[in-house]
Design a protein around this ligand. Structure first.
Ligand code: PMP
Length: 367
């Protein structure tokens, strides 16, 4: 055993895309709860999911999420298995009935994976295809060609690999379904305009392998009734997210995160904090565009996922090595495209971002 119990080792500044940083006060609370949850003498990883205390934990987390999102009882808030990739398949299994079509906005790597899953289930259409411009932007209304009578329109609000983000949901006559894995709870957003929103938890909400979904009840009513139980959103809703043994730990940590977000000004507070962090990084990139090279169109810039290239692959390797040595983590770009990526998810502090920007500035000066 290293050190005495209670002694904390130093932590790095974590800019990973996910699993991403969590607030220290949440980690410290959870650390104690691993030993004994709410004074019960049993740790949270060992705690029963059919207990009154867990029912309260889940109920409190659900209602905190509802308050933050500003949604009423016409929406179900669901804690589900995942990650988001499972939902790429579950969405069409539930809502893409025979004879209908799932419309997709193809804005990047994750939307492409999502479309591929939907194709395995049924008929799809692509209302916007960003491939030809290398996914450098998200479409405006004029670029979207919706399919007639689509069962739903699926889009991804924040493209974590490419670094683009929708400022507002796309206009659509079809019910909107959104993968908000990158940016749920990072800003104010008109959640009520969506039929279904889902997000894997590991970026802004907690542990990986868990998903938070928000579903309009009258959309759930249309779901395929013949699915295996665990693949049915409606069955999860009917069982209050406790269809089987749920991820007790993930639900509990998400509850902590919702309360942390509430203490820090709710979605308005998160948006301000995330905007401040993003302006620090974009400020540097705009000052040195020949060194920090962005391929993202300015009007589509993401507040939480900021990828860039350096003039050479050699410089990128040097930067990644030097950043690790300086105590920064998680700056390598997505393995599919390489480069550098600064992920600024909720728990990343403004102070840590300022430290990183200072380091990058110095690196560019030397480079
Ligand atoms: N959608 C987006 C936008 C993502 O960034 C990711 C993961 N980085 C996924 C979906 C897939 O999530 P998971 O690994 O939890 O399946």
């Amino acid at each position: 055993v290293n050190g005495t119990p209670g002694e904390l080792s130093p932590r790095a500044d974590n800019f990973a895309a996910g699993p991403a940083a969590l607030p220290e006060e949440v980690l410290l609370a959870v650390r104690d709860e691993l030993w004994s949850f709410a004074g019960t003498g049993t740790g949270i990883l060992e705690y029963g999911h059919r207990t009154e205390l867990f029912a309260r934990t889940l109920g409190d987390a659900r209602e905190a999420a509802r308050r933050l999102l500003g949604l009423g009882e016409e929406f179900e808030i669901l804690f589900l298995p995942g990650g988001a990739t499972l939902h790429f398949a579950m969405v069409p299994m539930n809502f893409l009935a025979k004879g209908t079509v799932a419309d997709h906005l193809l804005t990047g790597t994750w939307p492409r994976k999502c479309l591929a899953e939907a194709k395995k289930v049924g008929a799809t259409a692509v209302a916007f295809d960003g491939t030809s411009t290398a996914f450098d932007h998200v479409p405006d209304a004029a670029e979207i060609r919706p399919a007639a009578d689509a069962a739903y329109l699926h889009y991804c609000s924040n493209n974590t690999v490419e670094g683009t983000q929708f400022a507002a949901p796309p206009a659509s006559d079809a019910p909107l379904v959104c993968d908000m894995t990158g940016d749920l709870f990072t800003r104010r957003f008109p959640h009520e305009r969506h039929a279904l929103t889902y997000a894997a938890a590991q970026k802004n909400l907690g542990p990986s392998g868990a998903v938070l979904a928000i579903a309009r009840k009258n959309f759930l009513a249309r779901a395929n009734p013949g699915l295996p139980t665990m693949l049915s959103y409606a069955e999860h809703a009917k069982a209050g997210s406790v269809l089987n043994t749920p991820n007790v730990f993930a639900v509990h940590v998400m509850g902590h995160m919702f309360r942390w977000i509430e203490r820090n000004g709710g979605l308005t507070g998160m948006e301000r904090r995330n905007r401040d962090k993003a302006s620090l990084v974009y400020g540097l990139m705009d000052a040195r565009p020949e060194f920090f090279r962005s391929v993202v169109r300015r009007d589509s810039r993401s507040m939480v996922s900021v990828p860039f290239r350096l003039p050479t692959a050699e410089l990128e390797r040097e930067l990644l090595a030097a950043s690790e040595a300086a105590g920064f983590r998680g700056l390598a770009g997505h393995h599919s495209i390489g480069g550098v990526r600064v992920s600024l998810h909720n728990a990343v502090s403004v102070e840590a971002t300022a430290r990183l920007v200072e380091f990058l500035e110095e690196f560019a000066r030397r480079g």
